[in-house]
Design a protein around this ligand. Structure first.
Ligand SMILES: Nc1ncnc2c1ncn2[C@@H]1O[C@H](COP(=O)(O)OP(=O)(O)OP(=O)(O)O)[C@@H](O)[C@H]1O
Ligand SMILES: [Mg+2]
Length: 503
């Protein structure tokens, strides 16, 4: 099935998210869609998947104009989308989520769950998508939730698959497996649109690349011919540096001291197992590890979102093991959460409101019960400018910002207040190369001015580029430590430790 978008324009009030876009998507081909945060990629794909009606232009399927009144029409036409932000129901099981919204077919009045579980199992086997059909979504790590989203689309036997940053939450190993699936689908004649900010990935998997900037297609290219730097420049319109420059390593006093910490998951399994670590002033400690080895629980415990089962957390020599989220926040711990949609922002609050979340009791912003909105709005506008959060104004709902700009909003808020320790989970997930360059600069700046930084990331390159010390987490424990202050660390060795090889 071939698709053609012709002259598609989509506006949100004053914002022109897509401007006169022409794009062809062909059967048996992977089209890579590249563009900065807020360029209009998701919007364009939401138009194609029937979620949004274009203001102008049309969609042709095999040359015939199609009209989608909603996602149901697009799905019936064979177009399926895996969304950038999961659209799963947290309290439902995997199987329940997969069948959700599928209409009754054939003789049965309803699609019974037993059949669904079997079909999920078949898809899972066929494509190697490991997931338990009976698991509840809320108990699954994000990486596994993404797999469920993929199964969901495959379950609806789509001919055109739109994958909006599907690898943002996958481990390098999962990405390779996932690429296997993508290639199999392509070879089976499906048309695929693949959105990612990872330039090496797009070069590896795409047959063709289209670049979108400020809503317009600004170029097309052959992924085999363009290198990372050329693609980056095409995207952001200026040269991008991939290197991180840091001041010499000069650590000070210990800020964070974690002693023998054990943390349980919701199902009482051990997530973090007698773990100890410390972070000093003026250093970046990076925790490398394949997702699902307890990193999320560790961050939650450090920031007060999850109880410690045993052990201690000291911050500036004070015991904060049982301190509240707000208490830790006020003590100067910044938190960049890995799941920005769940804990980072409140979607139907404005950008300005989100900028002062949890700071509103600060006397600069409020005098007594009154919040000084003038000050709040002015500060928010300055932060947004400072961190290049692309929004029409600070009065826009945070949920209307593009994914990457929501992330920048959280980072701006957390790094713009008085802090001494930054705890960051996947701080650059979903960001474009220009924004990553910027966030890295800010994290290094925090370190260079004496803050402690703890970064947990499944991007090994990110850990390698930023860290003074690298800790590897595996099955809830620190299994290896690498000193990155004495020259480059052997990436292969870190990778081996991540895979659980005895250090
Ligand atoms: N529902 C909406 N209401 C108002 N504005 C919106 C809405 N959805 C998107 N926008 C705006 O449209 C523009 C394009 O956003 P879009 O989400 O398509 O970007 P993107 O290329 O997918 O970015 P990212 O890489 O960050 O995901 C942005 O300026 C965004 O703020
Ligand atoms: Mg997007």
């Amino acid at each position: 099935m071939d698709i053609e978008l012709r002259g598609v324009t989509k506006r949100f009030g004053e914002v022109v998210a897509n401007a006169d876009v022409n794009l062809t998507i062909r059967a048996g081909e992977v089209l890579g869609l590249l563009g900065e945060n807020g360029a209009g990629k998701s919007t364009l794909m939401n138009v194609l998947s029937g979620l949004y009606r274009p203001d102008e232009g049309e969609i042709l399927i095999d040359g015939e104009p199609a009209r989608f009144e909603g996602p149901g029409d697009a799905i019936r036409a064979g177009i399926g989308m895996v969304h950038q932000h999961f659209m799963l129901v947290p309290v439902f099981t995997v199987a329940e989520n997969v069948v959700l919204g599928v209409e009754p077919t054939g003789r049965a009045d309803f699609l019974d769950l037993e059949t669904a579980r079997r079909q999920v199992h078949d898809i899972k086997e066929k494509y190697g998508l490991e997931v338990d059909p009976d698991a509840r979504i809320e108990n699954l790590p994000v990486g596994v939730q993404q797999r469920v989203e993929i199964i969901k689309v495959l379950f609806r036997s789509a001919d055109v698959l739109i994958l909006d940053e599907p690898t943002a939450v996958l481990t390098p190993q999962e990405v390779e497996e996932f690429f296997g699936i993508v290639r199999a689908l392509r070879d089976a004649g499906k048309a695929l649109v693949f959105i990612t900010h990872k330039l090496n990935e797009i070069r590896e998997i795409a047959d063709r690349i289209s670049v979108i900037r400020a809503g317009r297609i600004v170029g097309e290219g052959d992924p085999k011919r363009l290198d990372r730097k050329e693609l980056a420049e095409m995207m952001v319109g200026r040269p991008v540096s991939f290197d991180v420059v840091k001041a010499p390593y000069a650590p000070g006093r210990t800020l964070l001291d974690v002693q023998d910490l054990t943390i349980l998951r919701d199902n009482d399994e051990i997530a973090v197992d007698h773990l100890s670590l410390s972070v000093r002033s003026g250093e970046i400690v990076g925790i490398a590890g394949v997702q699902g080895n307890g990193q999320s629980a560790l961050i939650e415990a450090l920031t007060g979102l999850r109880r410690a089962a045993s052990g201690q957390i000291l911050f500036e020599d004070q015991d904060i093991t049982h301190a509240s989220v707000r208490a830790r926040h006020r003590m100067g711990i910044a938190h960049i959460p890995e799941d920005r949609q769940r804990v980072g922002i409140i979607k139907n609050f404005t950008v300005a409101e989100n900028m002062v979340l949890d700071t509103y009791y600060d006397e600069r912003f409020s005098s007594g019960p009154q919040i000084n909105w003038k000050t709040v709005n002015a500060r928010a506008a300055a932060f947004a400018e400072d961190f290049d959060v692309r929004t029409p104004s600070v009065f826009e709902s945070a949920g209307h910002l593009s994914g990457g700009n929501q992330q920048k909003l959280v980072v701006a808020r957390e790094l713009s207040r008085e802090i001494t320790l930054v705890v960051a989970g996947q701080p650059t997930r979903g960001l474009d190369v220009g924004s990553i360059e910027y966030i890295h600069k800010r994290l290094v700046e925090a370190r260079d001015t004496g803050d402690g930084v703890l970064i947990i990331s499944s991007e090994l390159d990110e850990i390698m580029a930023l860290s003074d010390r690298i800790l590897v987490m595996f099955k809830g424990r620190i299994v290896a430590e690498f000193d990155a202050t004495q020259g480059a660390v052997d990436k292969g060795a870190v990778g081996l430790a991540m895979a659980g090889a005895a250090a």
